[in-house]
Design a protein around this ligand. Structure first.
Ligand code: HMG
Ligand code: MG
Length: 312
């Protein structure tokens, strides 16, 4: 495939405030979350997943969902969408009450992961999502669909691409506007991701697919590059490489947003994001968490800045 088939621009869905912070041992104060979301919008992110309306008994880190979303929506940045996760009607109603205009349902291609993550089978989860999509349509709220374990499952190993395609087709039929394909444990590589995308794209147009690649084994950027060649032009990423998944032991964060932006800009693909501001934000949230940014690009940019300062 030649580079002329690559997209000229990519939409990045920033998931750090949700996928990142849901997995921090410490509960991050709402003030910090709201400030992180503000800084991400300043850096040019146009879609920022703000929080999740899940059970606080399951994920206490997101227990301040109503406060965070309400405060963010009090002063929304122009043209920025702030989707939130909603696993069921109860979560959807709470999100709607807090002002959500976009939500996401999240299922899995592996039965064991579905049970561990949302306490039900794949079929039961799809039955729970249907009333959410119906209520969302009635309220004029957009719904995105996530699928976890699209190439590998922490409990079952390799996942067959046709299982992903089946769940993706059902989510589309329910009215999801986009399907985000989650390599939850980052076990994919360009070959397995390509095989999965080839199969899924027979059921769902590739324009409706997004890549959500965790970087556990350092393959996330390679998986993005393979997906770009397959025509995928939407990717989820987490500033500073924050995060993981509370129900996938050992899973590390998503591809870092700054690594993704570096890759795309280097390939001549526009994102609308200011890399310097993004690196500042990665450094800021990492400092709030008491550590250095995990991403290679943030570390490299910060080291280069420090070198330039000491040379002056
Ligand atoms: P359950 O226990 O089966 O639910 O949990 P239930 O309906 O039997 O209700 C039990 C209790 O939870 C009740 O309260 C409900 O009111 C309450 P009680 O009567 O015991 O006091 N409850 C809720 N409370 C607040 N918000 C709600 C809600 N629903 C029920 N929405 C449930 C089922 C789905 C709620 C639970 O399993 C859960 O919250 N799971 C969340 C798991 C999660 O957040 N995982 C991380 C996000 S997914 C992810 O990271 C993957 C992704 O990034 C893609 C990838 O990387 O693969 C998206
Ligand atoms: Mg994830």
């Amino acid at each position: 495939m030649t580079t002329s088939t690559l997209p000229s621009s990519v939409r990045i869905v920033e998931v750090g405030p949700r996928d990142g912070l849901q997995n921090e041992k410490q509960v991050v104060p709402a003030d910090v979350k709201v400030e992180l979301i503000r800084r991400l919008a300043d850096a040019g992110l146009k879609t920022i997943e703000a929080t999740s309306f899940v059970s606080p008994k399951w994920v206490p880190q997101m227990g301040d969902n109503t406060e965070v979303l309400t405060r963010v929506l009090t002063q929304p940045a122009p043209g920025v969408a702030y989707p939130v996760l909603t696993p069921n009607l109860k979560g959807f109603e709470a999100a709607l009450a807090a002002g959500a205009k976009e939500v996401a349902v999240f299922g899995a291609a592996s039965e064991s992961f579905s049970q561990k993550n949302i306490n039900c089978s794949i079929a039961e989860s799809l039955a729970r999502f249907r009333p959410v999509t119906e209520a969302a349509r009635a309220a004029g709220v957009r719904v995105r669909g996530y699928i976890s374990c699209v190439v590998g499952c922490p409990y079952e190993g390799a996942v067959a691409p046709h299982k992903v395609a089946e769940v993706a087709a059902t989510l589309m039929e329910m009215g999801c506007y986009e399907i985000s394909l989650g390599d939850t444990i980052g076990s994919g590589n360009p070959a397995s991701v390509r095989r999965m995308l080839e199969t899924v794209a027979r059921s769902v147009p590739v324009e409706k697919l997004a890549g959500h690649y965790h970087d556990t084994y350092g393959m996330a950027a390679a998986n993005v590059a393979a997906s770009l060649e397959m025509g995928v032009a939407v990717f989820d990423a987490s500033v500073g490489g924050l995060g993981g998944c509370p129900y996938a032991a050992g899973a590390s964060g998503n591809v870092a947003t700054e690594d993704l932006v570096w890759l795309l800009h280097g390939m001549g693909i526009a994102t609308g994001i200011d890399l310097d501001r993004l690196v500042d934000t990665a450094a800021w949230i990492s400092a709030q968490l008491g550590r250095e940014p995990a991403s290679r690009v943030a570390r490299a940019v910060l080291a280069k800045r420090a070198q330039a300062r000491s040379a002056n």
